[in-house]
Design a protein around this ligand. Structure first.
Ligand code: FAD
Length: 318
């Protein structure tokens, strides 16, 4: 079922969902199941699986010289989605990236997804490779999420890259895109972000999932800003509790977000890492209560493979 249908069928009740990262190459899929099992009691209608483009690694050759190689550390997004659907009978949302994929690879991936019965995709530009100072598109790949979105919309209309017959198979993907309550770090201002977000929705995106945030007012302002800009699709808040003191820096640095002073002060004053985790979970429970009151369609958790804190929060909310 499509994400938009799940939200519609919930009749205003806030749903629970979460996302997982594929295991490192060479590791079993059991880690994915272990991260899902404790959360199934909260009946997620869908589970997202992220995608990671290649990074560069250096391999020493026999002559002692270093060879630069492109290496994808966490492949398997599509297969994991299919395996989860098969095992748990829930919908899955694979993240599709511009970076790391040619347009032809994307087309073939979309055909695989359609044949597997996967009806939803989240289309993203993707992060820059480690070692690149900014995003570098893959040759014959897409530069922006809008370009990738157009490819998915085209396939929904039976328009492929190289074939244009009348009777081409039409896929029927429900398409999600990313939103940034605190602005995408490369956008000169929120107005520019809204412009491209509106473009994505006008092109056919059916829902938005936000970057994580720790101050609900940012989400409320973002939703209101979207509505004022004519963006009227569901806006799903992405959430992650702070679980370690080092995340005060790493989350702010990696995701370009602010940590509210009250939260960072409490974490600084905590006596142990165990206390930090409790503070982070308590903060997120309060955030979630307010988001449910606001009418957020879904609370979507970035579990990062660690279901424990999300389970605690879900127990308090659902
Ligand atoms: P875009 O929409 O392409 O925007 C990138 C920047 O360009 C923005 O500043 C925007 O304002 C601007 N822009 C957009 N369109 C245009 C245009 N047509 N012309 C000129 N400028 C434009 N990363 C991963 O690698 N894997 C994942 O699985 C993943 N999952 C994510 C899930 C969520 C919910 C979120 C919020 C982010 C996720 N990311 C993931 C990170 C994401 O890939 C990065 O934030 C990336 O830098 C931007 O992606 P985007 O789709 O928002 O890009």
């Amino acid at each position: 079922m499509k994400i938009t249908e799940h939200i519609q069928n919930a009749n205003g009740k806030t749903l629970f969902s979460f996302e997982l990262i594929p295991p490192l190459k060479g590791h079993s899929i059991q880690g994915i199941y272990d991260a899902i099992d404790p959360l199934m009691e909260f009946k997620p209608p869908f589970i997202d699986v992220t995608s990671l483009r290649e990074d560069f690694i250096y391999k020493e050759q026999e002559n002692g010289l270093l060879q630069k190689l492109a290496y994808r550390k966490r492949p398997g997004t599509i297969a994991i989605c299919a395996a989860i659907m098969n095992k748990y009978k829930v919908d899955t949302v694979p993240h599709l990236l511009c970076g790391g994929f040619t347009k032809d690879e994307t087309e073939n991936g979309l055909i695989d997804l359609h044949f597997l019965g996967i009806e939803n995709v989240l289309v993203l530009r993707g992060d820059a490779r480690k070692g690149d100072s900014s995003f570098v598109p893959t040759p014959n790949g897409h530069c922006y999420a809008t370009d990738l979105l157009q490819q998915v919309v085209n396939m929904n209309n039976g328009v492929y890259l190289h074939e244009h017959y009348d009777n081409m198979l039409r896929t029927d993907f429900c398409i999600g895109v990313a939103g940034y309550p605190e602005k995408h770090f490369e956008a000169p201002n929120l107005k520019t972000d809204f412009k491209y977000l509106k473009q994505k929705v006008d092109m056919g995106a059916g829902f938005i999932v936000t970057q994580m945030f720790f101050d609900n007012q940012r989400y409320f302002d973002f939703v209101n800003g979207c509505r004022a800009a004519g963006i009227n699709v569901p806006i799903i808040p992405g959430l992650k509790p702070v679980t370690a003191s080092k995340q005060l820096i790493s989350l702010a640095k990696t995701f370009h977000i602010d940590i509210p002073e009250d939260l960072s002060d409490a974490i600084h004053d905590a006596k142990s890492e165990k206390d930090v985790k409790e503070i982070g979970i308590e903060w997120m429970i309060n955030q979630c209560k307010e988001l449910v009151k606001f009418g957020a369609p879904v609370l979507h958790f970035y579990t990062m493979g660690n279901p424990g804190p999300t389970k605690r929060i879900a127990e308090a909310i659902f």
